[in-house]
Design a protein around this ligand. Structure first.
Ligand SMILES: N[C@@H](CCC(=O)N[C@@H](CS)C(=O)NCC(=O)O)C(=O)O
Length: 192
């Protein structure tokens, strides 16, 4: 199976972590979605990473759907759950990723075209999500909510290195620190 991905994409990192946790080998195809590569568009008309191309040519978009597929082919360790607490946290961490992406796209626009209230709105959403996560108690199992959250925090570090969340959210920082040496987390840290 081929995964079209980019090193920085938090959505793609989520999929890579799930695949590594389940020992599912993926052929990784580095893809800059913004360059409109024909191979990506052929696989996924919407042109986003991650896109997973199965051996029969079927291509799946949306990180959540890709994780559902990976869980269906390799059941253990189980990372997905229908438990409301896990779904709630996963949705919150996805929302944090989405707010970060909106923030990044906006600050990349020419300065005179940027809309500061929109930037501030994303900033506030990220802060509120961090406040909620600061109070959460996580179980030992490395489930999808934790995978999405560690990925969102990694993207926060990459794109907003001066956010300073480790000082204001110390419990969350300790939780993230404990996961830092886990191979699937360590080997997928975004560099660019
Ligand atoms: N909801 C999607 C989001 C994927 C996404 O937005 N990927 C970005 C990279 S982080 C992308 O490919 N952007 C290119 C574009 O929007 O054209 C998912 O969970 O997979």
């Amino acid at each position: 199976m081929k995964l079209y991905y980019s090193d920085a994409s938090p959505y793609a990192r989520k999929v890579r972590i799930v695949a590594m946790e389940k020992n599912i080998p993926l052929e990784l195809i580095v893809t800059a979605a913004s360059d409109d590569p024909p191979a990506l568009h052929k696989a996924n008309a919407i042109g986003k990473v991650p896109t997973l191309e199965l051996d029969d040519g079927t291509a799946l978009g949306e990180s959540g759907h890709i994780c559902t597929y990976l869980e269906s082919i390799v059941k253990k360790p189980k990372v997905l759950s229908n438990k409301p607490v896990i779904l709630r946290r996963d949705a919150l961490a996805i929302g944090m990723m989405d707010a970060l992406i909106r923030y990044v796209l906006e600050i990349r626009r020419p300065e005179d075209k940027q809309h500061q209230p929109w930037i501030d709105r994303q900033h506030r959403a990220i802060s509120r999500a961090l406040d909620v996560f600061e109070k959460e108690k996580f179980a030992k199992a490395f489930t999808i909510d934790q995978i999405t959250l560690i990925t969102a925090l990694g993207y926060l570090d990459l794109r907003m290195p001066n956010f300073g969340w480790r000082k204001t959210h110390r419990r969350l920082a300790r939780w993230a620190e404990k996961l830092a040496d886990r191979p699937s987390v360590k080997e997928t840290i975004p560099q660019t």
